[in-house]
Design a protein around this ligand. Structure first.
Ligand SMILES: [Ca+2]
Ligand SMILES: [Ca+2]
Ligand SMILES: [Ca+2]
Length: 179
């Protein structure tokens, strides 16, 4: 089913049920004015993807539309003729340059991840590099949701405040324990 809406509408309301890895929003809209609704997707950890409607088949034309390099942390997307020129436009939301990560980032940022408890779900630890150390981005309480042992190993916020990511992950850290 492709875009069962007359002009522009959120993909979910048009019967889009397929989903896409990392999809955070989608919109059906006739972006090129050929009368057939096309699909634009906002992806977490990916570009804004454009799927052109070619005889009822959605074909990925992200590269041709010049959007392949728009990789980002996209969170939403909408379409409409925002400048009134008669052609459809897209607007997409991103974590942006005023996010927590951009404002407080002391150095390079990395995600360490793995199914460390073997339950089939990936756990992750976000880290910043500062003064030669990988330091956790999030608080002890936040991290303990996915890594309950954090509260046992670091029984106080003060202890946690001195911990590096290798301290927190131990042998789970790439290459082994604390360095
Ligand atoms: Ca079209
Ligand atoms: Ca326009
Ligand atoms: Ca797991």
């Amino acid at each position: 089913m492709i875009g069962a809406c007359s002009r522009c509408c959120p993909a979910a309301s048009a019967g889009w049920g397929r989903g896409w890895a990392g999809e955070r929003g989608g919109f059906f809209c006739d972006l090129d004015g050929d009368g057939a609704p096309d699909l634009a997707l906002a992806l977490e950890w990916g570009p804004i993807r454009i799927f052109h409607n070619e005889n009822g088949r959605l074909v990925d034309r992200t590269v041709q539309w010049g959007l392949a390099e728009t990789r980002g942390w996209w969170t939403s997307i909408a379409a409409g003729d925002f400048d009134g020129d008669g052609r459809m436009d897209l607007v997409a939301g991103n974590r942006g340059r005023n996010s927590f990560y951009e404002l407080h980032q002391p150095g390079p940022w990395r995600i360490f991840y793995g199914d460390w408890n073997g339950d089939g779900t990936i756990e992750l630890v976000e880290a910043w590099r500062n003064a030669g150390q990988w330091l956790p981005v999030h608080s002890r309480q936040w991290l303990a949701v996915g890594l309950p042992d954090v509260q046992e190993v670091f029984p106080s916020h003060m202890a946690y405040g001195k911990a590096t990511v290798p301290d927190i992950l131990g042998v789970r850290f790439p290459g082994g324990g604390p360095c």
